[in-house]
Design a protein around this ligand. Structure first.
Ligand code: 3H9
Length: 663
């Protein structure tokens, strides 16, 4: 096996190359070897400058995220960054690929940076519930100012190094990959004349102290009420960079990072990171490459079809849009054109790009449109597989029975990330492979489901609503339930959500044994939802402000015997309990492959907050023992809700985490 860090000397320059595929994450063995290589190079009298590079596709893309679940092992990355910065010989970073997190911090600790034009940089730690922990909160604002540093840290975005203001991080850029090493070595020789330039001594980013303090005060106020701890800590750490000596600022950052790594929020977000990647890696016997799908036919004239057309065009596909009614074709084309004009007005696209994109869209009869397609999506009910080649996959995107392949896009389909890829009872492996490849080609998150049309999201949302109704059966107020779930992090809690959908529609859903259909009760009393100004809530001021209404509680009390059957503190554990029970059933029935797939569905498609990690991880972090204890205390006739599923009970008994719930 190749060494994870290789070192060779070229005309007085020690080239230290990190070789730890796939992304050169700065795992312990990399840090250990890197530190040794740096110490050797500094001590070697033949070496006059040091070049740090990443082998393969990228300079390090960050610390090894998996390591955060294990005890910290020295040398820690900040120590290596200090060693580099204090080196008596100039140290140059050679950048390419995605230079992220700890990788970007490593680069900032170097005295100089040369990179490929195509390099992208970023500090995405906040997406893992963390702040940069290897000097990123201290060195970045020193170079580029508090505003840009906080934009980078709080957005976590991956940004182009060759564009302002990020261009400032590079001392020189090179266009062609094959020229990079020679240019970097030449730059190292120039750096010998310049000598080391420690970033910790720079303060040009703080040139205007008044503006810096104003920016920091504004950011602290913006973040004050947000639930994610890492965001507030990031602002505080950048303020420390501004106000404190470098070492004291680093000590603040280190302590905050250590607290965040141990926090449930970060554990949840790290779970999300790996769960999303696992879900995208469906074990396939036939693996289709996304680039093999170039032309997509979409059949149907409705909103879903139009959103799919926009998504496919944005992903660079050629779109053949089959619409039976010739008059609708013109209107449909205009819908899509409008959507791209909006993007031009918002500054997201140039006119020319929008024009070029629209050249890839053709509308016509269904038969004509499917003829040259690599993949067909039926986006309206009742449409039949027309005259297309036998090997072309035709997936249904509407809620109907699935025999072969179903694609369930979270709405709106052009903006949402989630697609549940349903493998029906008669699906072939190659069809499933193509469907997953298409979803990846669209830049969306696939989750594999085995069913005849059921989705993970549908079943889990039904469990959530069923549990909310059952809590009302037991005497809870819908307002207490919505309040508890909002404080927990749900953007749209169940009863507000039903009011928005309309209670006549929601009231048609059947309740199980012993349950009252509270939506139907309200609809019968003329409270049909938000549009009518009255539902679970009464709406004031153009139906914009929901307020609690005692009349609703009085109406409910006529239908239920127990008015005090639920403690407020039990609401969240009981809702989670019902969801995690349904999750265990989904895995047991092989509809979902794992608990982590269920979490991905709920985070990517149903607004479950990422910092909770999805309902399955949230139940684990809350404590499965505590959740199951609350379930056992709930006395409801619908046993599916709170009688713990045997697989869930086994997890608790064996002290296992939710990851163990998989097929
Ligand atoms: C940090 O740096 C903290 C410091 O501030 C302080 C330290 C003291 N670790 O995404 P892909 C794996 S926090 C471990 O499919 P792409 C990934 O799981 C870190 N593993 O590829 C997958 O494994 P598998 C800050 C990692 O080309 C494989 O690599 N950095 C890491 O679509 C391929 O990944 C980040 O948050 C990692 N850091 O995208 C960057 N990164 O094949 C996180 C990737 O077994 N990474 N893996 O499923 C990314 O954003 C993307 O992976 C990247 C490549 C854009 C780099």
């Amino acid at each position: 096996m190749a060494e994870v860090v290789q070192c060779s000397v070229h005309e007085g320059v020690a080239v230290v190359s990190i070789n730890h595929p796939p992304v050169n994450a700065l795992a312990w063995q990399v840090r250990d070897s890197l530190l040794t290589a740096l110490q050797c190079a500094e001590a070697d009298p033949e070496v006059r400058a040091i070049l740090i590079a990443g082998a393969g596709k990228t300079f390090p893309a960050g610390a090894d995220i998996a390591e955060f679940d294990t005890p910290r092992k020295e040398p820690w990355l900040p120590q290596i960054c200090t060693q580099i910065e204090m080196c008596r010989k100039p140290v140059v970073a050679e950048l390419h690929g995605t230079v992220l997190g700890g990788g970007f911090e490593l680069a900032l600790a170097c005295h100089f940076r040369i990179g490929l034009r195509s390099t992208r940089v970023g500090l995405p730690e906040v997406k893992l519930g963390l702040i940069p922990g290897a000097g990123g909160t201290q060195r970045t604002p020193r170079l580029v100012g508090a505003k840009v540093a906080l934009d980078m840290i709080l957005s976590g975005r991956i940004l182009p190094l060759d564009q302002p203001p990020y261009r400032i991080f590079a001392d020189r850029l090179v266009a062609e990959p094959e020229d990079l090493r020679a240019a970097a070595l030449e730059f190292c020789h120039e750096a010998v004349a310049k000598g080391p330039r420690p970033s910790c001594e720079r303060r040009e980013g703080f040139a205007d102290p008044t503006e810096t303090q104003l920016e920091l005060t504004k950011r602290a106020a913006d973040e004050a009420d947000r639930p994610e701890n890492a965001r507030r800590e990031a602002v505080a750490a950048v303020e420390a960079a501004f106000l404190l000596p470098f070492d004291a600022g680093c000590a603040f950052e280190e302590a905050a990072f250590a607290d965040l790594v141990a926090s449930d929020q970060s554990k949840a977000m790290r779970h999300a990171f790996f769960a999303e990647r696992r879900a995208a890696k469906v074990a396939l016997s036939v693996d289709q490459h996304p680039s093999q799908i170039k032309t997509l036919a979409i059949l149907g004239a409705g909103t879903l079809a139009s959103q799919l057309a926009v998504a496919a065009l944005n992903a660079g596909l050629a779109v053949r849009w089959g619409i039976a009614d010739p008059d609708r074709r013109i209107a449909a084309w205009t819908d899509v054109e409008d959507s791209f004009e909006d993007a031009v007005s918002a500054g997201d696209l140039t006119k020319q790009v929008a024009k070029d994109v629209l050249k890839r869209l053709i509308c016509g009869t269904m038969a004509d449109m499917v003829r040259s397609a690599d993949f067909v999506i039926r986006a309206a009910e009742g449409l039949q597989r027309s005259d297309m080649a036998e090997d072309v996959v035709c997936a249904t995107a509407v809620a109907e029975n699935v025999d072969q392949i179903g694609l369930r896009f979270a709405r709106p389909a052009h903006l949402s990330r989630l697609v549940e890829v349903i493998e029906g009872p008669r699906a072939r492996p190659d069809q499933l492979g193509s469907a997953i490849a298409l979803v990846k080609r669209l830049g969306k998150q696939p989750v594999h489901v085995r069913s005849s049309g059921e989705t993970i999201g549908g079943r889990m949302m039904a469990a959530l609503h069923g549990a909310a109704d059952a809590l009302v059966d037991l005497g809870a107020s819908p307002y207490d339930i919505d309040d508890a779930l909002t404080k927990w992090g749900l953007e749209l809690p169940p009863f507000l959500q039903r009011d928005a959908t309309g209670l006549r529609i929601v009231g048609r859903v059947e309740r199980h044994e012993g349950g009252m259909n509270w939506s139907a009760v309200l609809a019968q009393a003329g409270r049909t939802g938000r549009a009518s100004g009255q539902g679970f809530y009464t709406y004031l001021g153009d139906a914009a402000t929901p307020v609690h209404d005692d009349k609703v509680l009085m109406l409910f009390d006529k239908h239920r015997a127990d008015r005090n059957g639920v403690k407020k503190a039990d609401i969240v554990p009981l809702i989670l309990g019902a969801m995690v029970n349904e999750g265990a059933r989904l895995v047991d029935e092989h509809v979902a492959a794992s608990a982590s797939d269920i979490d991905v569905v709920m985070m990517a498609g149903h607004q479950f907050p990422r910092w909770r990690g999805g309902p399955m991880k949230a139940a684990e972090l809350h404590g499965l023992f505590r959740v199951i204890r609350a379930m056992q205390g709930a006395n409801h006739p619908d046993k599916a809700l709170w009688v713990p599923h045997p697989r869930l009970a086994a997890l608790m008994r064996n002290g296992k985490g939710i990851e163990a719930l998989s097929n």
